[in-house]
Ligand binder design. Structure first.
Ligand SMILES: NC(=O)c1ccc[n+]([C@@H]2O[C@H](COP(=O)([O-])OP(=O)(O)OC[C@H]3O[C@@H](n4cnc5c(N)ncnc54)[C@H](OP(=O)(O)O)[C@@H]3O)[C@@H](O)[C@H]2O)c1
Length: 260
């Protein structure tokens, strides 16, 4: 029995596709014969041949407009949108360290790119009566860390509420909207953090990884998630095999979230 995902030939926009999860999604989609357009502020090295790249800052209105325009010009529309760009640059130090600019920056990167790109590209999906939108949230939205992630977690919580509302509105038009909520992912940035903690504490990388896992309450499977594992989940959700799935969130965290 074959398990064909039926994604060959579909057109995908993947934001943040030069690194981490976005990069793994781009490579998986390209390998399945999809047409892929990705975006980041700087071109990544060695994107697979045939992937369209558009340089843009999606935390701005202009950046999102530029990406939507490129999607229409280069692919004549889109079937799958994966909102991978996101992250946090907020300082540690609790609520008092978060000024207006820090709050705005977290919202600008973790909420508004999805809102703006969806607003621009959904009418095309509705007109073709098919499409899938995948918002990458974070387990932080249910497990915020007061010292360092209040604004980021709040932005991801807003993204989740927005995503749920959108899913209800567009489902009758043939468009599915789902959320993928990762825990700690072993991206390049995460590996750099492990290295830094190791150097600062004069311990090896494995011990530093344990320290970091403990700081988020532990990971029952004993390791962070690989970007490719998140990409596999996203790929399934993007496919027609997940045709009855919309408006829900899929946690991929090795068991980190401790509640039911
Ligand atoms: N890493 C984790 O442990 C973790 C855990 C839970 C959730 N997540 C979420 O998963 C998603 C992917 O995270 P990741 O860690 O894989 O990301 P990453 O490795 O930090 O890569 C981020 C990607 O987004 C791009 N990007 C960042 N800011 C951008 C901007 N303003 N405009 C356009 N592109 C931008 C980056 O390229 P440029 O820098 O060149 O722009 C890069 O391609 C994010 O939404 C993140 O919040 C991550």
């Amino acid at each position: 029995m074959s398990f064909d995902l039926g994604l060959a030939g579909k057109r995908a926009l993947v934001t943040g596709g030069t690194k981490g999860v976005g990069r793994a999604v781009v490579e998986t989609f390209q390998g399945l014969g999809m047409h892929v357009l990705t975006t980041a502020r700087r071109a990544g090295e060695g994107l697979p041949d045939g992937v369209h790249f558009v340089a843009a800052d999606v935390s701005t209105e202009e950046g999102c407009a530029h990406v939507s325009e490129a999607v229409r010009e280069r692919m004549n529309g889109v079937d799958v949108i994966v909102h991978g760009a996101g992250g946090s640059s907020a300082p540690a130090g609790g609520f008092a360290a978060l000024d207006e600019a820090e709050w705005q920056a977290e919202m600008n990167l973790n909420l508004f790119p999805a809102v703006r790109l969806d607003r621009s590209l959904l009418p095309g999906m509705i007109a073709q009566r098919s499409g899938v939108v995948i918002h990458v949230t974070s387990i932080q939205r249910v497990l915020p860390l007061p010292e360092a992630t209040t604004a980021y977690a709040s932005a991801k919580a807003a993204l989740a509420a927005y995503s749920k509302s959108l899913s209800k509105e567009v489902a009758p038009h043939g468009v599915r909207v789902v959320r993928v909520s990762p825990g700690w992912i072993a991206t390049e940035a995460a590996r750099a953090l492990v290295r830094r903690v190791a150097l600062e504490n004069a311990i090896d990388d494995a011990a530093a990884e344990k320290v970091l896992m403990q700081s988020i309450g532990g990971i029952p499977i004993g390791r962070p998630t690989q970007p490719e594992e998140v990409a596999d989940l996203i790929t399934f959700l993007a496919s027609g095999r997940a045709g009855a799935i919309t408006g829900t969130e899929f946690v991929i965290d090795g068991g980190t979230v401790p509640t039911v």
